[in-house]
Design a binder for this molecule. Structure first.
Ligand code: AMP
Ligand code: TRP
Length: 335
């Protein structure tokens, strides 16, 4: 049986990278598989969070998922901290994963920065919690952007090590699904760094709640070069900013990058950028306006999270009980 699990952090605005790299795929997959989508508030607190903002962000991210087209009758949507099995299994995985495995994680190195001694233990153990998210449901497929590939490999290592420990094929080895044209959307200001919530400059990203004027301004100001667009993608090899905009266009318009180049070859950014603004506004405006409506009806959003948490808990609880028995823990968990 196939089961999808994926997660997203409630830390500020969602942006075009989240949308094209993850959420757009989640919307498509919900019709093909049993799907569980989680707003990962336990992951958010691996770095300091303001409780008021964390609550607001959790509601906003849920509203964005609904606005993007995730159907809560079909998929399960919930926030991670409500289902205690995530934290419980994460602890067990902290005891399965080796320090050497976690030491290789590039995202920790990026997020901890120079002052590594001062990073939280939770930030270091973040990937073990992510493995717990996925495996608490015995999920088989995990749709994510490219930046999560290494964490997925670690999840497979943890699942394999646990299986060896209990001498049983207990967990499936989950497959990453890195789908679509834009698995790594880059900053609009710098084609060598990824579009991210934490970038200082708001001009580096398109947020899902930006209005049409803001989208237009950000695209017009996006860094490019003076050359016209080439006929093939090879011609963009040394032009990361141009390549990024072409990829974004293709992903939004649901066509291939080659088709974009066939249409725009020989034209400069004076022509291409306004066309990109049109397609971005056309595709994102309905999401933005639906998101506003959901934010005006927060009690509905909260009810979606309530129901999702119950459905998620009903799946994770018996799996966790099986794990407890394999390990020799006495009795049932009260969670
Ligand atoms: P996060 O915002 O870090 O919780 O990421 C949520 C999802 O969005 C994950 O599947 C990420 O891989 C994906 N994602 C985040 N940033 C980007 C980006 N710049 N390009 C493509 N996917 C991204
Ligand atoms: N670490 C992921 C990110 O930052 C979010 C996440 C947490 C996740 N748990 C997950 C993604 C489980 C997929 C599956 O993008």
């Amino acid at each position: 049986m196939n089961r999808i699990f994926s997660g997203i952090q409630p830390t500020g605005n969602l942006h075009l990278g989240n949308y094209l790299g993850a959420i757009k795929n989640w919307v498509e997959l919900q019709h093909q598989f049993e799907s569980i989508y989680c707003v990962v508030d336990l992951h958010a607190i691996t770095v300091p969070q303001d409780p008021v903002l964390l609550r607001t962000s959790t509601i906003e991210v849920t509203a964005s998922l609904l606005a993007a087209g995730i159907d809560p009758k079909q998929a399960i949507i919930f926030n991670q901290s409500r289902v205690p099995q995530h934290a419980e299994l994460a602890w067990i995985f902290n005891c399965v994963a080796r320090l050497g495995w976690l030491n290789r994680m590039t995202q920790f190195k990026e997020k901890a920065g120079k002052n590594r001694e001062n990073a939280s233990v939770g930030l270091f153990a973040y990937p073990a919690l992510m493995a717990a998210d996925i495996l608490a449901y015995k999920a088989t497929h995990v749709p994510v952007g490219e930046d999560q590939k290494q964490h997925l490999e670690l999840t497979r290592d943890i699942a394999g090590a646990f299986n060896a420990m209990v001498d049983e094929e207990f967990f499936p080895l989950p497959e990453p699904q890195i789908l679509g044209q834009a698995t790594r959307v880059m900053s609009l200001r710098d084609g060598s760094s990824k579009m991210s919530k934490s970038d200082q400059s708001d001009y580096s990203r398109i947020n899902l709640n930006d209005d049409a004027d803001t989208i237009s301004q950000k695209i017009r100001k996006a860094k490019t070069d003076p050359d016209p667009l080439p006929e093939t993608m090879e011609g963009l090899n040394d032009r990361p900013e141009a390549r990024n905009l072409v990829t974004i266009y293709a992903a939004l318009a649901d066509c291939s990058s080659q088709e974009v180049l066939t249409e725009f070859a020989g034209k400069g950014f004076g022509v291409f950028k306004p066309a990109l603004v049109d397609v971005a506004v056309e595709k994102l405006a309905p999401v933005t306006s639906a998101m506003r409506q959901y934010m005006d009806d927060q009690s509905y959003v909260l009810s979606v999270l309530d129901e999702g948490a119950e459905r998620a808990h009903a799946i994770a609880r018996p799996i966790m009980q099986d794990i407890r028995e394999r390990l020799g823990f006495l009795g049932h968990s009260l969670g």
